[in-house]
Design a protein around this ligand. Structure first.
Ligand SMILES: C[S@@+](CC[C@H](N)C(=O)[O-])C[C@H]1O[C@@H](n2cnc3c(N)ncnc32)[C@H](O)[C@@H]1O
Length: 266
C-alpha cells in the first residue's frame, strides 16, 4: 500500500478494464503514479495510464487472447508438423511474433549458430516468443525462463512450455523493477527496448548491464505495428550504438529482413 487514495483508486479503475486487468499491479502502479504527478484529474491520469499500457503491451495483440483455446490447439496436434502449424497460428496473434514468422526457420539457427551448446535461455519481455522453442537449436535438457508483465499470458506460457516438454518456467515480472538474477547462456531481449524505454529511458542500459548472461540477443522492429517504414531501422541502429558505446562488449549484427538484430557477448 502506498497510502495515496488517488493512486489506489487509479489502480483499481485500470484493473477493472478487461484489457488491463491481467497486467502486473506494480507496473500499473508505477505508470499510474507518474501520470498522477503530471495530470490535473484522476480521470485524465487513468486514461493516460491505459494509453501507456496500450503502447507498451496491449497494442501488439491482434484481439483478446484465447489462451484456453490455444492450449487445446497445442495439446490436440497429432504430430510435429501439426504442432508447429498450431504454434505458428498462435504466434500470428501477437504482432512481434507474427512479423518474425517469415524468418522463423532461420532466425534461431543463425542467432545461436556458433555459440552452442545453449543450455539455458532467459526470454525477457517475451510476449508469445517462447512458442518458438521447437525452432531453437538448444542443448538436450536446456532450461527456458520466460518473463512478461501479463499474469494470464504467463500462466498460458507455463502450461504451453509443459505441453512442449520443455524444462521451462514463466514469471510475471516488471523488468523496470529489476532483471532476473539467474545466470543463463543466452538472454533474448527481442523488440523490447523501445517499449521499456517509453516507461524509463534508462531501462535498456539497465537491463543490458545487469543481466547475468554471456550472450544477449537484442532486436528492434523495423516497421510500425501497422507496417509502415518510417526510418525505424536507422533510428534503432543509432539507439543501439549509443547503448553499447563505451562498453567492452563484442557486438555482432545479424542481418534479417524485417528485424534489426544484434548479438552482444559480454
Ligand atoms: C514488442 S513486444 C515483444 C515481444 C517478444 N519479445 C517478441 O519479440 O516476440 C514487448 C513485450 O514487452 C512486454 N512488456 C512491456 N513492459 C514490460 C515490463 N515493464 N516488464 C516486462 N515486460 C514488459 C509486453 O507485455 C510485450 O509482451
Amino acid at each position: 500500500m502506498t497510502g495515496d487514495p488517488r493512486l489506489e483508486a487509479l489502480v483499481a479503475q485500470v484493473r477493472q478494464s478487461r484489457k488491463y486487468r491481467a497486467v502486473a499491479e506494480p507496473l500499473v502502479r508505477r505508470i499510474g503514479a507518474a501520470e498522477l504527478r503530471r495530470r490535473s484529474s484522476l480521470g485524465e491520469a487513468v486514461k493516460a495510464t491505459k494509453n501507456k499500457l496500450h503502447q507498451v503491451a496491449g497494442l501488439y495483440f491482434a484481439g483478446q487472447p484465447d489462451y484456453d483455446g490455444w492450449l487445446r490447439q497445442i495439446a490436440q496436434a497429432t504430430d510435429e508438423g501439426a504442432r508447429r502449424a498450431a504454434l505458428r497460428a498462435i504466434m500470428a496473434q501477437h504482432a512481434s511474433t507474427r512479423e518474425r514468422l517469415p524468418i522463423l526457420e532461420s532466425f534461431y539457427q543463425r542467432v545461436f549458430a556458433d555459440i552452442a551448446p545453449v543450455r539455458s535461455v532467459l526470454d525477457l519481455a517475451c510476449g508469445l516468443n517462447p512458442l518458438s522453442l521447437p525452432w531453437m537449436p538448444l542443448a538436450a535438457g536446456a532450461t527456458y525462463h520466460a518473463v512478461d508483465v501479463y499474469e494470464d499470458l504467463v500462466d498460458f506460457l507455463q502450461r504451453a512450455l509443459a505441453l512442449l516438454g520443455a524444462a521451462g518456467r514463466a514469471e510475471v515480472r516488471d523488468l523496470l523493477a529489476g532483471s532476473p538474477a539467474d545466470e543463463a547462456d543466452v538472454a533474448l531481449l527481442l523488440k523490447a527496448i523501445p517499449c521499456l524505454e517509453q516507461l524509463d529511458p534508462a531501462a535498456g542500459a539497465f537491463i543490458l548491464d545487469t543481466i547475468n548472461v554471456r550472450h544477449i540477443v537484442v532486436s528492434f522492429p523495423t516497421r510500425t505495428v501497422g507496417g509502415w517504414d518510417v526510418g525505424m531501422r536507422q533510428a534503432y541502429a543509432a539507439r543501439f550504438r549509443a547503448l553499447t558505446a563505451g562498453r567492452r562488449w563484442h557486438v555482432e549484427p545479424i542481418a534479417f529482413a524485417g528485424e534489426l538484430v544484434f548479438r552482444v557477448t559480454k
